[in-house]
Design a protein around this ligand. Structure first.
Ligand SMILES: [Zn+2]
Length: 282
């Protein structure tokens, strides 16, 4: 009798655990990968320009194509910061209502980074030179990072075209080719970002030449100062960040060639992202 009592007790004690374990095994966790596409610059500050061609417009066309391709895949939840009308409501509202908080977020992050540099725990590196951004632009860029952290974004992809400083901007400059930028190894999100950057690079490299600008290191470069990559630790460790300069703007004067490029580049970028998040089983 005593024996039966103990056996019954044992069964009752373990049963909840057994049933819980079985449940965990059978519940399929469906978690869409969250991707934020950022077409670089905007209608107010449009970045590079070659004749009538504005970089912000090119970024938008290409970014929208990447957005549309990824959106078709139900494993992703995809966001974009702006469309042909300007910033989408979510971001326009966020920049306005969160302005003070974004400034605090940026100031605190910069102070913390300076402290780390002063104490020697962070080594400041020389990066490929980029144009400094205005106060207003920096609110948008840091705002996007703050939003990406809060919304647990898995990948922030920034889309750009390059330019070269030269005396006559209506003439074709010396460089060509694309560059994929990823966060410096000391940055919080570096570990997660490098692989996705490489995966996209490998795809783009199948079809396009890498940058011939020597400082762009054959098209694959780490950077510490680009806000879009999480400068000053402003992107959490799980928020992967990649910034692509798809080519030098003065090489895209021909409309037919440019549109063909958008289609190919969008498709290869989306494939690179998917190869990273959902590698084919061997
Ligand atoms: Zn740009």
């Amino acid at each position: 009798m005593k024996k039966i009592f103990w056996i019954t007790l044992l069964i009752f004690c373990f049963f909840p655990f057994v049933s819980q374990a079985a449940q965990i095994k059978t519940v399929k966790i469906i978690k869409p990968i969250k991707i934020l596409i950022v077409p670089g610059h905007d209608n107010e500050v449009w970045g590079a320009q070659y004749k009538n061609l504005k970089e912000a417009d090119m970024n938008l066309v290409l970014a929208t194509q990447i957005y549309n391709l990824l959106k078709k895949d139900k494993r992703y939840k995809v966001y974009i910061t702006r469309n042909s009308q300007g910033y989408v409501k979510e971001f326009a509202d966020y920049f306005m209502t969160e302005k003070d908080n974004i400034i605090t977020f940026k100031t605190k992050a910069k102070e913390a980074t300076q402290n780390k540099i002063d104490t020697g725990s962070l080594i400041s590196k020389i990066n490929v030179p980029h144009n400094a951004v205005s106060a207003d632009t920096s609110i948008k860029l840091y705002g996007i990072n703050k939003w990406a952290n809060e919304n647990k974004i898995d990948l922030v992809l920034s889309v750009h075209f390059d330019d070269t400083n030269r005396s006559t901007l209506s003439e074709i400059g010396p460089y060509k080719g694309f560059t994929v930028y990823y966060p410096d190894s000391q940055m919080a999100n570096a570990k997660e970002s490098v692989s996705v950057a490489k995966s996209i690079f490998n795809k783009l490299h199948k079809k396009f030449t890498t940058s011939t600008y020597p400082e762009e290191n054959n098209g694959f470069v780490s950077d510490q100062k680009l806000i879009a990559l999480g400068a000053s630790g402003t992107l959490n460790s799980t928020v992967r960040a990649v910034l692509i300069e798809y080519g030098y703007i003065y090489r895209f004067g021909n409309s037919a060639m440019r549109h063909k490029f958008y289609t190919n580049a969008a498709s290869l970028t989306a494939q690179g992202i998917t190869n990273y998040f959902f590698p084919a089983k061997k």
